[in-house]
Ligand binder design. Structure first.
Ligand code: HEC
Ligand code: HEC
Ligand code: HEC
Length: 141
């Protein structure tokens, strides 16, 4: 009898936790969001505006970009969050190539970077975003 009760409680708890994990999937930002840059970064180009909804509609999967994020782990964080691509100024040759240098996170040839994905999809003849500097770094009108 007791064992059955324990089992029932365990199953109920499991179902509850699954439901909670589902409920934790955060709402993605609507529309266009400005990319967050490290505090000490000095921008030389117009700040990139990112059409988040457009990418959600393209059904790439959240982890195509939020590559360190797992469902149930809380909200995804911006690319330049502390401990991620948070180096605002690169001085040495090593720093200029490091993934921590924020600029590299968005231009590298990896599929999770903006330009990496756009270029790869363009080569495959698939729908893709801009691959030229000024189409991403759009001058204010
Ligand atoms: C697919 C979009 C995309 C393309 C194409 C792109 N960039 Fe970027 N770039 C970004 C994002 C996103 C950032 C980080 C946010 C920001 O600085 O606006 C960035 C940051 C930078 C930075 C560091 C910040 C600054 O303003 O100094 C430089 C420099 C830069 N890009 C130069 C270029 C150049 C040169 C090209 C063309 C060869 C280019 N980018 C093409 C998206 C892009
Ligand atoms: C094509 C890349 C890409 C995809 C796909 C994507 N995101 Fe994002 N997401 C971003 C970028 C870039 C930001 C802006 C980060 C910043 O502020 O610099 C962002 C921001 C967010 C934020 C706000 C984070 C904060 O603290 O400001 C949330 C929440 C989020 N995304 C959830 C999602 C969810 C949920 C999905 C899947 C349905 C998703 N994203 C799919 C790239 C993406
Ligand atoms: C994993 C692939 C992938 C990544 C990573 C990605 N994109 Fe895209 N992007 C796409 C696709 C696919 C489209 C075309 C969507 C469509 O046609 O509806 C697109 C379209 C765009 C557009 C054009 C939207 C329009 O109105 O025509 C912009 C601007 C853009 N992306 C910027 C970015 C920036 C900035 C980043 C990085 C923060 C980024 N993308 C990361 C796949 C990606």
């Amino acid at each position: 009898m007791n064992r059955l009760l324990v089992l029932t409680v365990a199953v109920a708890a499991g179902a509850f936790m699954l439901a909670m994990a589902g409920a934790e999937t955060p709402a993605a930002p609507e529309g266009i969001v400005p990319i967050t840059v490290p505090e000490d970064a000095e921008l030389t180009k117009p700040l990139v505006l990112f059409p988040h909804s457009r990418h959600e509609a393209a059904e790439l999967g959240c982890d195509a970009c939020h590559h360190m994020w797992d469902q149930g782990m809380g909200d995804p964080v911006p690319c330049t969050a502390s401990g991620c691509h948070d180096l605002g100024v690169a001085q040495t040759r090593e720093e200029k190539k490091a993934p921590e240098y924020f600029r590299n996170a968005f231009h590298s040839s990896e599929l999770m970077s903006c330009n990496g994905c756009h270029k790869a999809r363009k080569e495959l003849g698939e729908t893709h975003g801009p691959t030229s500097c000024r189409d991403c770094h759009v001058e204010a009108q």
